[in-house]
Write a protein that binds this ligand. Structure first.
Ligand SMILES: Cc1cc2nc3c(=O)[nH]c(=O)nc-3n(C[C@H](O)[C@H](O)[C@H](O)COP(=O)(O)OP(=O)(O)OC[C@H]3O[C@@H](n4cnc5c(N)ncnc54)[C@H](O)[C@@H]3O)c2cc1C
Length: 409
């Protein structure tokens, strides 16, 4: 390793005496993206280290925990991490018109997870596949050599260390610093993020449906949700566009108003805040020796804010590409581009449609949304995915939605 020529991103760390370690792959972040990448790479026989800055995988939860049944493609079903199974979704327009979507094809509708357990199960799978998993270990900078990422600086209870690897995976979530340190991406702008506040509430009277509430007064450029968690508990949250947030009208202010209106008797057991990248995926999510996965690569459906399954899907692709690149001895940016092109071809279209639909719907007034909802009133739409719902709306409102049709097709 050419330690003498290292380009140091965190200069202050140089003065500290450091331990050195070496792995084939170091994965930063123990969420779904990180654990599935680590699991996949380890299954290919690579020497993998997964580091998580928090003391416990899966904690704190910053999620409404809804996924479609497509999750079963990535992990064997286990009742320990399923809180509730939902039959479909109810969507309420600003005037309260209800549209019911049956079936389980819609994103974020199928299971409500217990992310504390789910994330641990994924990390456990990674460990079972042979990856080393280390909590309370935070990446503090990337090591580069002539523009090629060679590892990370990390801090743990053992002190500062350099962890060298053929490939670094930035799976460090929406606030990802790995991508920024490596010069792959810039910080998100307010309109690029959805700011969320959520309570876990008990004493909530709710059916086995996930509920979504639309309207400027409820959640400007966003929505409020109620996801059943079983035993009369629910995740109740509000997400609004970052550029709509300000003093007196933050996500938490909308959430308090929503809860006062809908669940005046219910009690909050947990209060969380978080953000979701809703700008569509990064065009470049790789560099020499580096791959970004999950929220770090902004692989979230901008319309729904759902990112768990995209993170896991991308992570499997990342693990495969990493294994091939290392076997071939070529970890250059050009070689790793296969990851970007496979992500684009396997789920890029859905994220693109989500982005366009989000931009279109954000421009609609409450009155427009009511009219669209009325066009579907009284009908239970079975087996509808989010994309199919859009198509149904376009079919029933060809004049009004000609703009959306043009954007999507
Ligand atoms: C309020 C809210 C509700 C949501 N609801 C849903 C939903 O219902 N369904 C859905 O599909 N998606 C939902 N999402 C989005 C979903 O949570 C994310 O898309 C998903 O968690 C992405 O997984 P990830 O592994 O990329 O990132 P994360 O799950 O965020 O994991 C990143 C991990 O990296 C760690 N980390 C960060 N920096 C470092 C560092 N320097 N060193 C070491 N570790 C580090 C973090 O501690 C964290 O554990 C929601 C998000 C929010 C905020």
């Amino acid at each position: 390793m050419h330690v003498g020529r290292l380009c140091v991103m965190k200069v202050s760390l140089l003065s500290v005496k450091m331990m050195d370690e070496r792995y084939d792959v170091v994965v930063v972040g123990g969420g779904p993206a990180g654990s599935v990448t680590a699991r996949t790479a380890a299954r290919h026989g690579l020497n993998v280290l997964l580091i998580e800055r928090n003391q416990e995988i899966g904690v704190p939860v910053r999620c409404a925990e809804g996924v479609s049944k497509g999750v079963e493609r990535f992990i064997r079903l286990d009742k320990r991490w399923i809180c509730a199974e939902v039959k479909g979704a109810n969507i309420y327009s600003p005037d309260g018109t209800k549209i019911t979507l049956g079936g389980d094809k819609m994103e974020e509708v199928g299971y409500v997870l217990d992310r504390k357990q789910f994330d641990k199960a994924l990390a456990n799978d990674a460990a079972a596949a042979g990856a080393d998993v280390r909590v309370k270990t935070e990446a503090r900078g990337v090591i580069t050599d002539a523009g090629h990422v060679k590892g990370v600086y990390a801090r743990s209870m053992n002190g500062e260390e350099r962890i060298y690897a053929d490939i670094v995976v930035g799976a460090d979530g929406v606030e990802s610093k790995i991508g920024r340190w490596a010069g792959v991406c810039k910080p998100l702008r307010p309109p690029d993020i959805c700011i969320c506040a959520e309570y876990l509430m008990c004493d909530v009277d709710i059916e086995e449906y996930s509920e979504f509430f639309l309207g400027r007064g409820v959640a400007p450029k966003g929505y409020a949700w109620v996801f059943p968690k079983g035993h009369n508990c629910a995740n109740v949250g509000v997400g609004i566009s970052g550029d709509m947030s300000g003093d007196g009208h933050r996500a938490i202010d909308y959430l308090r108003a929503f809860v006062r209106d809908k669940f005046p008797e219910a009690r909050a057991l947990t209060e969380i805040y978080g953000a979701v990248p809703v700008c569509g995926p990064l065009v470049r999510s790789t560099a020499s020796g580096l791959i970004l996965v999950g929220d770090a690569a902004r692989q979230v459906n901008p319309l729904t804010g759902g990112g768990i399954l995209y993170a896991m899907h991308a992570a499997e692709i990342a693990g495969d590409v990493i294994a091939k690149a290392i076997q071939e001895g070529d970890t250059s940016a050009e070689r790793l581009r296969e990851y970007e092109s496979r992500c684009r071809s396997e789920f890029g279209k859905r994220l693109e449609t989500g982005l366009r639909a989000k931009e279109f719907f954000f421009r609609l007034s409450d009155e427009d949304l009511n009219i669209l909802a009325h066009s579907l009133e009284g009908i239970t739409l079975k087996e509808l995915s989010t994309g199919a719902l859009l198509l149904e709306l376009i079919k029933r409102n060809p004049g009004r939605l000609v703009g959306l049709a043009k954007l999507i097709f």
